[in-house]
Design a protein around this ligand. Structure first.
Ligand code: FE
Length: 242
């Protein structure tokens, strides 16, 4: 491990410990004793969050012990951040719309059907596809943390990981959907699916009317990430949204 990284972790951990013990003011600039020999024309770095510190410490230990290779970790993060995203899921949805036999396979065994299109891997080992119909609307949440089907949707959006979404989706799903701009009539049943580490859900949205003549590629372009989480419908003019 590089000494600079070790120094950073040691300093950050000590700062966090001091903050936890109440030794630090809320902001360093508020501290009258904070005059360490220079004027304050620079911004002070905020102490990383507890979770960020834990992740950094864990990563450093694993690298130090040779369990993981930092370059491999970077490549993995880059792949899920930049290369794998909701366009994979959009292809799955469009194929299901265009090919009734594929849709049946997808609903019966999502893992196998998704693998037919070449998608699979971490955080997508066990998936279930739930179909929206005119009378049933499905939405997905992870009440515990942020379980999410990475191979088809990429990394979860910030709001998906937020405490309000995680709690309110269960208590008041219609209210949450309304805030996303989706108003469902009372005769539509709303089903909320709680993702876990063992099982992740993908919503198969309704194919919008007026798209009968579109090619599979054109259909793919209409499907949004939010529609596959179940907080939006697919519009015949929407699309391309991450
Ligand atoms: Fe989770």
């Amino acid at each position: 491990m590089q000494s600079s990284r070790r120094d950073f972790l040691a300093a950050a951990a000590s700062a966090a410990g001091a903050a936890a013990a109440g030794d630090l003011p809320a902001r360093a600039d508020d501290d009258p004793a904070h005059s360490h020999g220079h004027t304050h024309d620079h911004a002070h770095q905020a102490v990383p969050s507890d979770m960020a510190l834990r992740v950094k410490s864990l990563e450093s230990l694993l690298v130090e012990k040779g369990v993981v290779d930092r370059a491999a970790l970077d490549a993995l993060v880059d792949a899920y951040e930049h290369k794998i995203g909701p366009r994979n899921g959009a292809q799955v949805v469009a194929r299901a719309w265009a090919d009734p036999a594929y849709k049946q396979r997808l609903l019966a065994d999502a893992d196998k059907a998704i693998a037919e299109l070449g998608f699979g891997g971490q955080q997508g080992e066990h998936m279930l596809v739930v179909e929206n119909t005119p009378s049933v609307h499905n939405m997905v949440v992870c009440t515990l943390c942020s379980c999410y089907p990475w191979p088809v949707l990429g990394l979860p959006p910030v709001w998906y990981k937020s405490a309000p979404y995680r709690s309110r989706s269960v208590i008041d799903p219609r209210g949450v959907l309304r805030e996303f701009g989706l108003e469902l009539s009372d005769d539509v049943e709303v089903r909320v699916w709680d993702s876990t580490a063992e099982l992740r859900y993908l919503v198969l949205p309704e194919r919008p009317a007026g798209t009968e003549g579109l090619s599979e590629a054109e259909l793919t372009a209409l499907v949004t990430r939010d529609a596959m989480i179940g907080v939006a419908k697919v519009s015949p003019r929407s699309g391309g949204a991450a």
